[in-house]
Ligand binder design. Sequence first.
Ligand SMILES: Cc1cc2nc3c(=O)[nH]c(=O)nc-3n(C[C@H](O)[C@H](O)[C@H](O)COP(=O)(O)OP(=O)(O)OC[C@H]3O[C@@H](n4cnc5c(N)ncnc54)[C@H](O)[C@@H]3O)c2cc1C
Length: 398
Amino acid sequence: MTDKKLYRQRSKKKVRYGPDMRILIVGGGVAGLTLSALLLKRGFKPKLVERAPRLSKVGYVIVLWPSGSKILKGLGVYEKLLEKGCQFTSYYVSNNKGEILKTYTIEPVAEKYGPIISIYRPDLIDTLMEAVDPDIVQMSTTVEKIEQGADEVEVHFNNGKSGKYDLVIGCDGIRSRTRSQVLGDIPLTYSGMSGWSFWTDPKLSRTDGIVEYWGKGKFFGVWPTKDKLSVFTSVKIPEYSEEHLDNRIQKIKESFKEFGGIVPQMLEHLPDPNEIYFDTYNDIKLDSWSKGRVVLVGDSAHAILPNTGAGASMAMESASVLVEDLCRTDSRYVVNALKQYEQRRKPRVNKVQNQSRMMGKLVYSNSRLLSNLRDYVLKLYSNDLVYKYWDNLLKDPI
Ligand SMILES: Cc1cc2nc3c(=O)[nH]c(=O)nc-3n(C[C@H](O)[C@H](O)[C@H](O)COP(=O)(O)OP(=O)(O)OC[C@H]3O[C@@H](n4cnc5c(N)ncnc54)[C@H](O)[C@@H]3O)c2cc1C
């Protein structure tokens, strides 16, 4: 069809400009709430559906890079984040015996870009919710079926209702159903590592920064946030191995029995196994983040391994870029806007995902020779190099 014909055909249809577009967001996590808040701020009236019956009170510590947290400034809730979160000034790396190999200061990074903040995930969700009109959120709701037409998408919900939208945005996390509904079943990439997360007594460790213990193919990280201390562990586990609640405590103790420093004390005071969360560490790289009028944002599009603490920041950055592109389009050209969003975001996201995979190989090295060499080199790794590492991750436009 010629451009003229296409234009005439499009101009006969009702056009909804920017804020009048009918937008459905699936998933009320970090990406979905950031997106909703930014859209509302610009006069859009999206609808958000969340599968859970209430906004999550589950989770441990989330790290926010300045590139992600600064989005909260424009939403008027940055002060809340500072109140609820905690700012890192230092980063301590130990070997598995508990000997500190290196202490890094993060202050020069914070001076140039802004603070790196850790926050209890439910506190971040609450902070974002302060910038969202609760009337647009519908809990206990999920999408059963998505039918794409040329001009709109018809969505069927689990409550028997349906709706027509100019755009559907899947923010439903790493195991996104929106993704499988529109792009088919695409497997996650397993890192070979899995681990347990749990709360520990804040009196047991320092709280001015992250303390990490690097062993042979094992990792024990102690991450503070305000009045709380969480532990994030990794061990090499073959894919699909079973993990059982009844021997969870024994398994954790066994995995880190050779570790020193404060690890033995933390192992002595493990919480109830039901309060310990086990997860396999995966990421995903997709050829395309959208199909027609359905697009993915956050972990659904580009889940990142947890070791660099980048997932939430990348989700927030992606949400802000998509909103900019939606402000420059109308209901006819949404598909082009989605492609632009993807083109803009992919290089940065790929870089961070690759960095995360590389860090994983370094930290989780399973060879005694390599892990000894790593520990030796680390002692020589200056603060300047750590600054360069962060500068490289934060200097790019989002
Ligand atoms: C309960 C929970 C706890 C977490 N705890 C931590 C943590 O302690 N530390 C950390 O670094 N990261 C944690 N994460 C992951 C982290 O939030 C994400 O990696 C990152 O913030 C990217 O956010 P996201 O919005 O893309 O995905 P998520 O934050 O995972 O949000 C996805 C949202 O979509 C909802 N959802 C899923 N499927 C559907 C569906 N079919 N229909 C409707 N809604 C759906 C989920 O309930 C969730 O609210 C957690 C995620 C969840 C869901």
